[in-house]
Ligand binder design. Structure first.
Ligand code: HEM
Ligand SMILES: [Ca+2]
Ligand SMILES: [Ca+2]
Length: 308
């Protein structure tokens, strides 16, 4: 048993079909809505990095607390309702056995495979937290324009080293970024660090210097292969086509640039470090044993009769 308390195939006896059901559901959802796979991957970061892989991310706001989902750092996150579909399919077979935090982690693993990434063996046995930690989101999740020093620090606190961080940001090889997070690089002046060949496309997509946060104006993170998790992200950022300031800085900071270059050259090298770092992220500070609970619905903590 690992120090985290997690093990391979935790549900081997209690729900042997669990991992298979999740894999099937992820595949079905991917067929219908390709972008669900991006969401499962982003969920892993936004849940596990915020204190613990405890599915705190999935909780709705209550009368007393605002949810992590509703904070600015979660801007653009989507497809939460489809995660409930996976949970429901698992509950039909094994009611009350499989945690939402394990479903979140395993759906990320299978989503990575859907978009052409590596298959990463991951441990299970996580239990679900009862509290949304919106108050901690800013402490743990870097902002889009944060310095590489601060980003390295946040990841190293989870045991993730420099090549691990560089590999994880390769997740920005898929998906999109909304214009609200980009207009500061376009207006009032275009950031001279941006590749001039990329600017007309960005201006066309983000024509409004003050986009309505509710509108769906966005730019794809990787124009070349937007639906594939590949090393094209590193090629882009070396060509100054990274959308976020952190993407751009990653290619230029002397600590991270050597790894960016290696990953741009070798997809294998990228996948190796990506797999290792995803495993570390997925084991960040889990609740195990008697801690936490197995949630019935991923968006709600279980009712406790003493509390009502
Ligand atoms: C310094 C760290 C990071 C920052 C500041 C950051 C920030 C962002 C921002 C601002 C977006 C755009 C959201 C939108 O406008 O819709 C985004 C998208 C995304 N991020 Fe990150 N991110 C970071 C690290 C990561 C990591 C470690 C992962 C996963 C391992 C990840 C996965 C994704 C994915 C998959 C998307 C696309 C989501 C979609 O299309 O729905 N990010 N990120
Ligand atoms: Ca969490
Ligand atoms: Ca790509």
């Amino acid at each position: 048993e690992a120090p985290s308390g997690l093990v391979m195939d935790f549900y081997k006896e209690s729900c042997p079909q669990a991992e298979e059901i999740i894999r099937e559901q992820v595949k079905l959802l991917y067929k219908r809505h390709k972008n669900t796979a991006f969401s499962w991957l982003r969920n892993l970061f936004h849940d596990c990095a915020v204190e613990s892989c405890d599915a705190s991310l999935l909780l709705d706001s209550t009368r007393k607390t605002i949810s992590e989902k509703e904070t600015d750092r979660s801007f653009g996150m989507r497809n939460f309702r489809y995660l409930e579909d996976i949970k429901d399919a698992v509950e039909r077979e094994c009611p009350g056995v499989v945690s939402c935090s394990d479903i979140l982690v395993l759906s990320a693993r299978d989503g990575i495979v859907s978009v052409g990434g590596p298959h990463i063996p991951l441990k299970t046995g996580r239990r679900d937290g009862r509290k949304s930690r919106a108050d901690l989101v800013e402490k743990f999740l870097p902002d889009h324009n944060e310095s590489i020093s601060s980003v390295l620090e946040k990841f190293s606190a989870m045991g993730i080293d420099t090549p691990g961080l560089v590999a994880l940001l390769g997740a920005h090889s898929v998906g999109r970024t909304h214009c609200v997070k980009l207009v500061h690089r376009l207006y009032p002046e275009v950031d001279p660090a941006l590749n001039p060949d990329h600017v007309p496309h960005m201006l066309k997509k983000c024509y409004d210097p003050l986009p309505d946060p509710k509108s769906v104006q966005y730019v794809r993170n990787d124009r070349g292969t937007p639906m594939k998790l590949d090393n094209n992200y590193y090629v882009n950022i070396l060509e100054n086509k990274g959308l976020l300031m952190v993407d751009h800085e990653l290619a230029h900071d002397p600590r991270t640039r050597p790894y960016v270059k290696k990953m741009a050259k070798s997809q294998d090298y990228f996948f190796q470090h990506f797999s290792r770092a995803i495993a570390l992220l997925s084991e960040n500070n889990p609740l195990t044993g008697e801690q936490g609970e197995i949630r019935r619905h991923c968006n709600l903590a279980n009712k406790r009769f003493s509390e009502d």
